[in-house]
Design a protein around this ligand. Structure first.
Ligand SMILES: *[C@@H]1O[C@H](CO)[C@@H](O)[C@H](O)[C@H]1NC(C)=O
Ligand SMILES: *[C@@H]1O[C@H](CO)[C@@H](O)[C@H](O)[C@H]1NC(C)=O
Ligand SMILES: *[C@@H]1O[C@H](CO)[C@@H](O)[C@H](O)[C@H]1NC(C)=O
Ligand SMILES: *[C@@H]1O[C@H](CO)[C@@H](O)[C@H](O)[C@H]1NC(C)=O
Ligand SMILES: *[C@@H]1O[C@H](CO)[C@@H](O)[C@H](O)[C@H]1NC(C)=O
Ligand SMILES: *[C@@H]1O[C@H](CO)[C@@H](O)[C@H](O)[C@H]1NC(C)=O
Ligand SMILES: *[C@@H]1O[C@H](CO)[C@@H](O)[C@H](O)[C@H]1NC(C)=O
Ligand SMILES: *[C@@H]1O[C@H](CO)[C@@H](O)[C@H](O)[C@H]1NC(C)=O
Ligand SMILES: *[C@@H]1O[C@H](CO)[C@@H](O)[C@H](O)[C@H]1NC(C)=O
Ligand SMILES: *[C@@H]1O[C@H](CO)[C@@H](O)[C@H](O)[C@H]1NC(C)=O
Ligand SMILES: *[C@@H]1O[C@H](CO)[C@@H](O)[C@H](O)[C@H]1NC(C)=O
Ligand SMILES: *[C@@H]1O[C@H](CO)[C@@H](O)[C@H](O)[C@H]1NC(C)=O
Length: 478
């Protein structure tokens, strides 16, 4: 008697353990509801149209437990279908091909559909997607579809918040902007690498809710369209890798919400966009205190204008950009000196002014940049001594590139205090005297490149602590 109850207790314990294990291993997907039969059939029809991938889990009774399927835990309706190819697209054969069966239009509650990185062999984006009235997220990037003549099918997607059609050929799709700009809820739009060459806003275009716009890697050759300046709620604008030309207009409203501005690798000319920390000459001449009218608080974080033909001076008024972390203006034609007002950029982590025609001494207000990680100002005409305060003021500095300038005098011993420094390039200057012996104190340089590849911090600042010798502080990501 005693023995059997002991065994019963053991069995219960065993079962509990199994349940525990299985629930923790599938905790995300553990369906609390049973899926709806008509929706299950719709998924099966969809599966029949697919080739190159077997979707092994798609045969159990409860389709809410199928890979990539998520149901409403009360009604059982399918809400999300995430069939993004899990592999890099170079692994041929691991992606879906075939057709996108219109049976999916049965899933009336669907709000999330991701078919990215599959290979549907150049079919048209299926127009029935326009009949999914609750769709909020539609992700088709590099899914191997093309836009065809028209996106008219999308006009009724009034709940759509995010649309990603990057890598789909929209070169024949003349109404892409007309249709997309009318979507009343759209917040995020990715149309990178879509073979687009014309951007023509209709007068009635709205984009009232758009916050993030990515049009990189297309073939636009026009001026920056005036209508873009009207998108005053934009937080991110990325027009990199096109051939947009001409100047950027002065429009302070345009910058009032912008956090990240990427215009690199275009054909922009003229002075730097007014609104990035500067007043026009006219405004300066009529104002007694040149910058004090700009007391608005701006949110700009990242400015990447590299690889254009911007000319003129480095902006003089930086008081309003306390959040600015990254400035990249390399490969332009900037002239003049760096104004001492840059001392207000107290959050700056990365400055790249490589390959311009800037001159003069580095202003001592730069000492305020105590979070600086990278300074690349090679290929200019900067002069004077290398400031001794660099050694004290930049405890996190990892990369200091001053090559091909006109710095003179001795290399200051204070540079040896830069214990995080991994790259130091002082070549092609007019420096004299010996290389300081204390350079062998720069121990961070001995960290093998493969443990701390520098490209990672160029891109995101997401590098591990082991890369920062002697520094226990956590590094924030930009
Ligand atoms: C349904 O799931 C969501 C998130 O998965 C959860 O927040 C919510 O409380 C659940 N509702 C019910 C009724 O279980
Ligand atoms: C664009 O249209 C032309 C002519 O109809 C056609 O030959 C071409 O395949 C189409 N390209 C795409 C990407 O739709
Ligand atoms: C959009 O919805 C309206 C009203 O339901 C309908 O008449 C129209 O055909 C739909 N348009 C498209 C392109 O599906
Ligand atoms: C753009 O798409 C083409 C063809 O789909 C691809 O070969 C190319 O690598 C893509 N370019 C970028 C920058 O992603
Ligand atoms: C916007 O204007 C175009 C062309 O004039 C027209 O076809 C379209 O119906 C208009 N859209 C709205 C929402 O008014
Ligand atoms: C920008 O908005 C203003 C006011 O809302 C409007 O008058 C003007 O036509 C718009 N400009 C463009 C280019 O859309
Ligand atoms: C800025 O743009 C250049 C050129 O497109 C690119 O190489 C670089 O990674 C960008 N930097 C940042 C921080 O976005
Ligand atoms: C850039 O613009 C200039 C004229 O301003 C033009 O001569 C040149 O061809 C353009 N470059 C590219 C790559 O489009
Ligand atoms: C800017 O300064 C003026 C004058 O000092 C003041 O009236 C105004 O409220 C300030 N604006 C902001 C946004 O702080
Ligand atoms: C410097 O920038 C110009 C564009 O202003 C570019 O044409 C040139 O190739 C760049 N030189 C180097 C060495 O990067
Ligand atoms: C340095 O930053 C402080 C705020 O942290 C600011 O008050 C001061 O004016 C700045 N110094 C210079 C020279 O800009
Ligand atoms: C270099 O390191 C040695 C030993 O750690 C120390 O005594 C010396 O002060 C350091 N020199 C400089 C310039 O930091």
């Amino acid at each position: 008697m005693e023995k059997s109850s002991y065994f019963a207790a053991l069995i219960v314990l065993f079962l509990l353990t199994i349940i525990n294990v299985s629930s923790s291993s599938t905790s995300r997907d553990l369906p609390k509801v049973i899926c709806i039969e008509t929706e299950r059939e719709a998924l099966l029809s969809f599966k029949k149209g697919l080739i190159d991938h077997s979707l092994p889990s798609w045969n159990e009774d409860n389709c809410c437990a199928w890979m990539g399927v998520q149901c409403d835990n009360v009604t059982g309706h399918i809400l999300q279908l995430d069939l993004r190819s899990p592999y890099d697209y170079t692994y041929l054969g691991s992606r879906f091909g075939g057709e996108v069966n219109s049976a999916l239009s049965e899933l009336k509650q669907l709000n999330y559909l991701d078919l990215s990185l599959n290979n549907f062999g150049g079919i048209l984006v299926p127009p029935f997607l326009g009949s999914l009235p609750n769709l909020k997220w539609l992700k088709l990037s590099r899914a191997g579809c093309v836009g065809g003549k028209s996106l008219r099918w999308a006009t009724n997607l009034s709940s759509l918040q995010e649309l990603d059609m990057s890598g789909l050929d929209l070169s024949n799709t003349s109404d892409w902007l007309q249709v997309i700009s009318m979507l009343p809820s759209l917040v995020v739009l990715h149309l990178s690498n879509c073979s687009l060459d014309k951007i023509h806003f209709l007068p009635n275009a709205s984009f009232t809710s758009l916050l993030k716009l990515d049009l990189t890697h297309n073939q636009f050759t026009s001026l920056m369209p005036n209508s873009l300046y009207n998108l005053t709620r934009l937080v991110l604008l990325d027009l990199s890798y096109n051939r947009f030309r001409g100047p950027i207009h002065s429009s302070l409203n345009f910058f009032s919400s912008l956090e990240r501005l990427y215009l690199s690798n275009n054909n922009f000319t003229g002075s730097l966009p007014k609104g990035i920390g500067l007043l026009s000459k006219l405004e300066r001449s009529i104002s007694h205190f040149p910058c004090n009218q700009m007391n608005k608080s701006y949110y700009l974080n990242i400015v990447n204008l590299s690889g254009n033909h911007f000319s003129g001076e480095f902006p003089p008024c930086w008081m309003d950009w306390p959040l600015l972390k990254l400035i990249n203006m390399e490969n332009n034609n900037l002239k003049g000196t760096i104004p001492s007002s840059v001392g207000s950029l107290v959050s700056l982590k990365s400055l790249n002014l490589r390959n311009n025609s800037l001159h003069g001494e580095l202003p001592s207000s730069m000492q305020n940049w105590t979070r600086l990680i990278m300074m690349h100002i090679g290929g200019n005409k900067f002069s004077g001594n290398i400031p001794t305060w660099m050694g004290k003021s930049f405890p996190d500095l990892r990369s200091l590139v001053l090559h091909s300038n006109k710095f003179d005098g001795a290399i200051p011993l204070e540079l040896c205090h830069l214990t995080s420094l991994q790259i130091l390039d002082l070549s092609h200057n007019h420096l004299s005297e010996a290389i300081p012996r204390c350079f062998n104190n720069l121990s961070a340089m001995t960290i093998p490149q493969n443990t701390c590849p520098l490209y990672r911090f160029h891109i995101s600042f997401r590098f591990d602590r082991k890369c920062i010798a002697g520094d226990k502080r956590n590094k924030a990501e930009i």
